[in-house]
Design a binder for this molecule. Structure first.
Ligand code: PMP
Length: 398
């Protein structure tokens, strides 16, 4: 796919093979063009000016919100809050929604495989409110044991929060089944969709999730922007975490009132160009078709899984059927050493704990190598990885 200028670069004298898409994705030319055109032609502050240019900027910003709403199949753009990314979206739900609902002894249910941004905000709110964190049992391949999960969800469970796709194991979790269990117990379900929105069709109504957060930069859009979906009645009950300009209705000296959702959550000047860029990324993905995106990434991931499995001494983590993420270790060679040799071959992979330290402990390792795939990756990229891994073995075990 030649829509991505950065992918034409070379690294260490080799064509770049970019396999760190779970961390962030590269940007298509049309996203770059739309953002540049915004600054060249339409830049003004939003929701304030009465002049033509301000109206143009506001229209572009709000049109981007409508695009995200349609992309997630939300009921309307009022259900889409622009955030800085997944992390900010989850923090908003934890502090703005759940904090006021929790009584001492109430439970928040997570998994041990959560990214730190879907763990630490819940730890904080639980400590503040005297609530208890519990963890859904995982089977040995990292999938959820639904029978055990059903037992774990009690009337004290107020919230279930989990990743749709794990950023390490690649596990695709059964969100709809868990949503049904959560709702039967009177709990809400919060979905960390950082890895799923870029990877597969995500329909918030079909999932029946209460909140869902994702990041623009992992979705072929810019950094500094993301979105939080929330059901209308839940967003109405959510308090803003930040306050100031733009989010108010009237301000008196001693008191103020807010705008309705989603604007009450967007205090201050928002990331306008970035929101417009995210809208362009959504247009790009819609044009490709998310079914096609899903099939493309599935194909390359399954191919990689099979090829990596053939390498002697290589340990793969997670289930066979998975999203576009493969974490592994090569014998006892340190993941940083593996990644360094791969880099010398122009291959960019991640090595470390992937912001999932409890999961590393659960797996019994300190770190792993992680290859993660995007829409531009091909089987040839996987072949390059496999060839370079053979070289890694020669270097460390000549
Ligand atoms: N959750 C998951 C599953 C992720 O992979 C990531 C990013 N690595 C995040 C949350 C956090 O996303 P961001 O840093 O864009 O807020």
């Amino acid at each position: 796919m030649n829509d991505f200028p950065l992918l034409e670069r070379e690294m260490n004298g080799r064509p770049l093979v970019y396999l760190d898409n779970a961390a962030t994705t590269q940007k298509p030319q049309r996203v770059l063009d739309v953002m540049e055109r915004y600054y060249r032609m339409h830049n003004a502050n939003v929701h304030r000016g009465v002049y033509q240019l301000a109206a143009e900027a506001t229209d572009l910003y709000e049109a981007a919100r409508a695009k995200v709403a349609a992309f997630l199949h939300a009921q309307g753009e009022g259900q889409i809050v622009f955030t800085r990314g997944t992390t900010e979206g989850i923090n908003l739900v934890a502090q703005g929604y759940l904090a006021q609902k929790l009584q001492p002894g109430d439970r928040i249910l997570l998994t041990v495989s959560e990214h730190h941004s879907n763990l630490v905000p819940w730890q904080r709110v639980a400590k503040e409110r005297g609530a208890v964190l519990r963890f859904l049992p995982l089977l040995s391949d990292g999938t959820i044991d639904l029978v055990a999960a059903a037992r774990e969800i009690t009337p004290r469970t107020k919230c279930i929060a989990l990743a749709h796709i794990s950023n390490v194991l690649g596990t695709i979790h059964p969100i709809r089944a868990l949503a049904d269990l959560a709702h039967a117990a009177g709990a809400v379900i919060v979905v960390d969709a950082a890895q799923s929105v870029p990877h597969m069709p995500v329909d918030v109504q079909a999932l029946d999730c209460d909140f869902l957060a994702f990041s623009g930069h992992k979705t072929y859009g810019p950094t500094g922007i993301g979105a939080l979906y929330g059901k209308t009645e839940l967003l109405a009950q959510t308090e803003p975490v930040q306050s100031g300009g733009e989010m108010i209705d009237t301000v008196e000296l001693y008191d103020s009132t807010w705008k309705p959702a989603p604007w009450k959550f967007e205090a201050g000047t928002p990331a306008i160009a970035e929101a417009v860029g995210l809208g362009a990324a959504v247009d790009f993905l819609t044009w490709l078709g998310m079914e096609h995106v899903h099939e493309t990434i599935q194909d390359v991931t399954q191919y990689a899984y099979e090829k990596l499995r053939e390498i002697e001494g290589l340990t793969l983590y997670g289930p066979t059927s998975r999203g576009g993420v493969i974490a592994f270790n090569l014998g006892t060679i340190h993941p940083h050493d593996v990644a360094t040799v791969l880099d010398a071959h122009g291959i960019a992979v991640r090595a470390g704990h992937h912001c999932a330290q409890p999961l590393m402990r659960w797996l019994g390792v300190t770190s792993t190598v992680r290859a993660s795939f995007g829409i531009y990756n091909t089987r040839a990229d996987v072949d390059a990885l496999v060839t370079a891994l053979a070289r890694v073995k020669e270097v460390f075990h000549p």
